[in-house]
Design a protein around this ligand. Structure first.
Ligand code: CP
Ligand code: NVA
Length: 307
């Protein structure tokens, strides 16, 4: 499978076998790390990490992951680099490619990470854009496999604001053979663009995509319930949006409407008692901290294959 040198910007750029290979590598590296087996397969390699937005998980898991693989990571922000003083993304991509072996970027507009990938001569990994969050969904699918033993044939219900995370769920989970249900209030449903992309993936993979304005309908028969913040980074808060999304809160009543052994997921950071009831986040169905841990292993899997 030709992985070396490829960008990891959008899950739809990969087929099922390729995502499978990344997941297998991630599980393997997790086992090795747990058993204390050395796996310094990127010794001497450097990762440049550009963060245009805040991060806890992405920053720490990429940096620690690269260290565990034997390499080194650099944390770069607009303030403190020439990006903040107007040096272009294209020029930054060309320069970083002369020093580093891989670039990870967290950006606002998706076009920024696409532009970076166009001009870099080393692989570029998308660490979240306003459009998608592919690394997150790799960690999530790894987590689902650990708890459910499989992906194919399961139903995932994403409930809340349609955003970068739900967009990547609509792509990644579909490619891996899961049925996806999105429960969002009117005005906060997925864009036509992503629905079109997901529809074409559904045809290929014989899966279903359902978009409903009723949280109970979304979680009916679900094996996985997923939610995320009402307001993503860069979005302005509004009372109107909060009022629309509050009935979509993942709480005990909603969880009771899914399958008995449903797992509850959240990419974090969570706003307790807003999009998710605090007792649900700490309750027996929740796997949110496994997800957070698996960012480390999934991203090590991605880097091990593309660098
Ligand atoms: N889930 C996630 O990407 O978290 P951070 O914003 O902390 O990186
Ligand atoms: N949708 C959230 C995800 C954070 C990891 C955001 O973009 O802020």
């Amino acid at each position: 499978m030709g992985f070396k040198g490829r960008n990891f910007v959008d899950l739809a750029d990969f087929n099922r076998d390729e995502l499978r290979a990344i997941l297998d590598k991630a599980h393997e590296l997790k086992r090795k790390q747990r058993n204390g087996e050395p796996h310094e397969i990127l010794k001497g390699k450097s990762l440049a990490m550009i963060f245009m937005k805040s991060s806890t998980r992405t920053r720490v898991s990429f940096e620690v992951g690269m260290t565990q693989l034997g390499g080194h990571a650099l944390y770069l922000q607009p303030s403190g680099t020439q990006l903040g003083r107007g040096e272009t993304i294209a020029d930054t991509a060309k320069v970083l490619s002369r020093y580093c072996d891989v670039i990870m970027a967290r950006v606002f507009g998706h076009s920024e990470v696409v532009e970076l990938a166009e001009h870099a001569t080393v692989p570029v990994i998308n660490g979240l854009s306003d459009f998608n969050h592919p690394c997150q969904i790799m960690a999530d699918m790894m987590t689902i496999e650990e708890h459910k033993g499989k992906l194919e044939g399961l139903k995932i219900a994403y409930v809340g604001d349609s955003n970068n995370v739900s967009n990547s769920i609509m792509q990644g989970c579909t490619i891996m053979g899961m049925d996806v249900s999105i429960g969002s209030p009117k005005g906060y449903t997925p864009s036509e663009e992503i629905i079109k992309k997901a529809d074409s993936l559904n045809k290929t993979h014989q899966t279903t995509l359902e978009i409903v304005n009723d949280p109970a309908a979304a979680v009916k028969g679900a094996d996985v319930i997923y939610t995320d913040t009402f307001f993503s980074m860069g979005q302005e808060k509004s009372k109107e949006k909060e009022d629309a999304l509050m009935p979509f809160q993942v709480n005990r009543t909603l969880v009771g409407k899914a399958n008995d052994n449903v797992i509850v997921m959240h990419c974090l950071p969570a706003h307790r008692d807003e999009e998710i009831e605090s007792v649900v986040m700490d309750g027996k169905h929740s796997v949110v901290f496994d997800q957070a841990e698996n960012r480390l292993h999934a991203q090590k899997g991605i880097m091990a294959l593309i660098v």
